[in-house]
Design a protein around this ligand. Structure first.
Ligand code: ADP
Length: 242
């Protein structure tokens, strides 16, 4: 784990740092010759690369907290349909390349979740669905219940995952090594390991399947709020979640 962490840090963190320094030095050395418009483009690149660094640092912190058993979650009662819809639509406001389809049963029981952490899991699965499927295809988010827990699925029409990798993709730093399809896709291999840790912290399960029609389905379960939890939670707060 430590040596994989070191090699990821050196590979993945160096690239954005190199880009940031390169553009910063260019502007410092040639500020008079760089037009205002070019300066804005360079600053935008610096800002984007700094954002990438921030995300990677957050992922490294999350994975080390999970490995140390030190990640805390704070659960509250949440109505899932408006919550999932808000998270997915917020992401898709920036993404024009894929079509989002929501299938959220309106009579789902109220779940007991850490809002920030489950939003992070959904964003990660949606981000992967976008990264690993061609433009113009459909990404579907569905939520159902069997009475004991809520089941959320994110499915895509992308490159899919071979059966021997369906479990391995949840290991920290594991990335499918397929030059043809994934070489151009950026990533650290930490996202799904973090999702697994966060779902297990909710005492849920997360797994991946290959769709018979092509593409992948990622599913996870979430706990239903207990009568006790609902009794202790202000009713106005829940009615406000529409
Ligand atoms: P990253 O995307 O940063 O590589 P993840 O932990 O999120 O890391 O995913 C691990 C690997 O699982 C990816 O490298 C990719 O090979 C595979 N994978 C994840 N999501 C999908 C998907 N929706 N379709 C196909 N492959 C996927």
């Amino acid at each position: 784990m430590k040596s994989r962490l070191l090699s990821t840090v050196s590979h993945e963190l160096r690239t954005p740092v190199g880009t940031i320094r390169g553009y910063a030095q260019l502007m410092l050395s040639y500020s008079k010759r760089v037009s205002a418009r070019e300066q804005r483009t360079h600053l935008r690149t610096i800002d984007q690369e700094a954002g990438r660094l921030e995300e990677m640092i957050a992922a490294l912190l999350d994975i080390s907290r999970l490995e140390a058993g030190a990640l805390q979650i704070t659960c509250t009662p949440v109505r899932l349909p408006p919550f999932i819809e808000a998270v997915a639509k917020k992401m898709f406001r920036r993404v024009r390349s894929h079509r989002l389809v929501l299938e959220l049963s309106r009579n789902l029981p109220i779940a007991s979740i850490d809002r920030r952490r489950i939003a992070q899991v959904l964003e990660n699965l949606l981000d992967n669905a976008i990264k690993y499927s061609p433009a113009e295809t459909e990404i579907r988010v569905a939520a159902t219940t069997d009475g004991d827990s809520v089941n959320v699925c994110v499915s895509d029409q992308g490159i899919g995952i071979q059966s021997e990798n369906l479990n391995r993709i949840f290991e920290p730093f594991f990335r499918v090594d397929d030059d043809r399809q994934t070489a151009h896709v950026e990533g650290t291999g930490l996202g799904l390991a973090i999702c697994k840790g966060l779902i297990e912290a909710h005492r849920g399960r997360i797994w991946a399947e290959q769709r018979s029609t092509g593409g992948s389905v990622f599913s996870f379960t979430l706990p239903i709020a207990t009568v006790e939890e609902l009794r202790n939670w202000p009713t106005e707060e829940l009615s406000a979640q529409r």
